[in-house]
Design a protein around this ligand. Sequence first.
Ligand code: DX5
Ligand code: ZN
Length: 222
Amino acid sequence: MIKIAPSILSADFTKLGEEISDVMACGADYIHFDVMDGMFVQNISFGLPVLASVRRSTDAFIDVHLMIEKPLRYVKRFCDTGADLVNCHVEADSTEKILEALSIIRACGKKTGITLSPGTNADAVLPFIKHVDLILVMTVYPGLGGQTLIGSQLDVVKKVRQIIDAHNSGCELEVDGGITLETAPAAITAGANVLVSGSTVFHAKDRKGIIASLRSTGAQGG
Ligand code: DX5
Ligand code: ZN
């Protein structure tokens, strides 16, 4: 089953609670929460106080994507503040420190994820594969919504799908960046089962229709 995870980076922050209720009522599966620190990526987005408010406003599954340097410093606080799953970029620290971060997330009773930026090989997931519930492959350079999907990242998605199937069949495979009705089928054919979508969902007039179409377009593509 294909899951849709709207990224609130493209929501109207003046009415964030309503925006989240609306996309959940329109059939979304996860809420994708993009944290940027101005170091790992150039932009700064939002962090713990916003997560606390979002957590109070919804029971939805919150998928936190940490685009921050040395995530080990913060994973416990994101878990304690209400994340259901915390994603750490493999580029953001040494393998040992990322493994330590994943073990803290697990010890908090939350789901674990790792993320690959463009330019990182699919094989980079190997040290983590037994320790993660989800692998996120970026289909744009992290740091900004509304970009165009980088087609060559779908080869990384395919390779990660093969690695998951060979090692860890329960792991989800998420894609993030530039997912539209046009690009979703190829992402699903490549092996993704969770589609993050910021601008496509939040800027749509008919969010219910778009979420349903992303799923069914994907099904035809798969
Ligand atoms: C980019 C973020 C994405 C972004 C996706 O750094 O990780 O989650 O919000 O936005 P769209 O779907 O508009 O490309
Ligand atoms: Zn994201």
